[in-house]
Ligand binder design. Structure first.
Ligand code: C2E
Length: 356
């Protein structure tokens, strides 16, 4: 995708594309910040790329491109995070190489010590047999030279050790960068990229082990209304509120993420439909149990409700198909009045499992 954009902005259409990107930004009331320009340039020049598809989806649901939205799109779709993965992998390789060199140096030092000892013994023996033997002097010199090399080796080892420490620090830093690239900055939940990767991994492991994967899609009801009425900052607080409730039900076998906008996802492993239904309803009731306040003015924001839909993976079903069925179940929840949970399996029968 990047190569495509790079070529396009150096080709005959370059200024036309740049102009279109700016026009599209203006039409969507997006500030022409460098980051937004990069995003919108992709949007214009690679309309079929995953980034453009996601931007189109956001535009369709009238999402405002706040800095947080743009940052999260960039993290997910622009290749910086891929770069950080590559750098991190390079760190791992470098560390492995350093470890191999350290072993080689250790071995060399061991051999040098043995060699110096052998020379020293030889000198002693020569001294004992012929006290003024010139060969003994020569061996003595060789022994001293070997000890000098040993001292240098110790210095080399110390330097190697500090390189090791530096590489380890770098690796930790890169791990952090990678974690950031996989985390939604506003809610601190994993982001869509992280979740997509995880879901693919869960499905392929399920194919081998026979475990059952289920997927729930959670959407905040009337979120746009919140945003329009109270402003985006308050909308962001609502997202954080829902995310923190979702984080509370997340366990090692339940992976959750902010999937985009006001949509969250949870993947379950080896949990029955009844368990999933219960947990989603508990989440729903928990979220609706508190009236929120607008911190700046103390206005009562009322309660926040969520609609959810979930599906259990059928044999051979792809993550995309599973997501589509969970989405369809969510749609049923929305259509039948919101603030409810619908199972895709029950809908195909068709029956809404739980109402308000
Ligand atoms: P936050 O503001 O960083 O708060 C984190 C957690 O600290 C909250 O988790 C809650 O356990 C506690 N906390 C913070 N302020 C108060 C408070 O005034 N009273 C009480 N009893 N506890 C407080 P929680 O409730 O899960 O909320 C997570 C996030 O959701 C909050 O992060 C905030 O961003 C948002 N949020 C929650 N309730 C409200 C609200 O009434 N108004 C606004 N504007 N945001 C809210």
């Amino acid at each position: 995708m990047i190569e495509h954009v790079d070529t396009a902005v150096r080709g005959p259409q370059a200024y036309a594309l740049a102009g279109q990107a700016l026009e599209a930004m203006e039409a969507a009331k997006v500030w022409p910040t460098p980051l937004n320009y990069e995003l919108w340039l992709h949007f214009i020049s690679t309309p079929d790329s995953p980034l453009s598809q996601e931007m189109r989806r956001l535009l369709e649901i009238h999402t405002t491109f706040t800095d947080a939205v743009s940052e999260s799109l960039a993290t997910e779709f622009l290749p910086r995070s891929r770069l950080s993965e590559e750098i991190r992998d390079a760190g791992v390789v470098l560390n492995r190489e350093l470890a191999a060199v350290a072993i080689a140096i250790d071995k060399a030092r061991e051999i040098q010590i043995q060699y110096a000892d052998t020379l020293s013994d030889a000198k002693d023996q020569l001294d004992q047999s012929i006290p003024t033997n010139p060969l003994a002097e020569l061996v003595g010199m060789l022994s001293k030279a070997t000890r000098r090399i040993q001292r240098h080796t110790v210095v080399l080892e110390k330097r190697l050790e500090s390189s090791h420490t530096e590489v380890n620090k770098l690796r930790t830093h890169l791990e952090q960068v990678r974690r950031d690239a996989m985390t939604d900055a506003l809610t601190n939940l994993p982001n869509r990229k992280a979740f997509d990767e995880k879901l693919v991994a869960l499905c392929s492991s399920a194919d081998k082990t026979g475990s059952i994967v289920s997927l729930a899609v959670v959407d905040i009801d009337h979120f746009k209304r919140f945003n329009d009425t109270w402003g985006h900052q308050t909308g962001d607080q609502v997202l954080r509120y829902v995310a923190s409730a979702i984080a509370r039900i997340t366990t090692p076998t339940r992976v959750s993420a902010r999937y985009g906008g006001e949509e969250f996802v949870i993947a379950f492993t080896d949990e029955s439909a009844v368990q999933i239904e219960n947990i989603l309803n508990t989440l729903r009731v928990d979220i609706a149990s508190r009236a929120l306040r607008r911190r700046s003015t103390n206005d009562d924001l009322g309660i926040v409700t969520i609609s959810t839909g979930y599906a259990t993976r059928q044999p051979e079903e792809t993550p995309f198909e599973l997501m589509e069925r969970a989405d369809a179940a969510l749609y049923v929840s929305k259509r039948s009045g919101r603030n409810r949970t619908t199972s895709a399996e029950a809908t195909s029968k068709p029956k809404v499992v739980t109402t308000v």
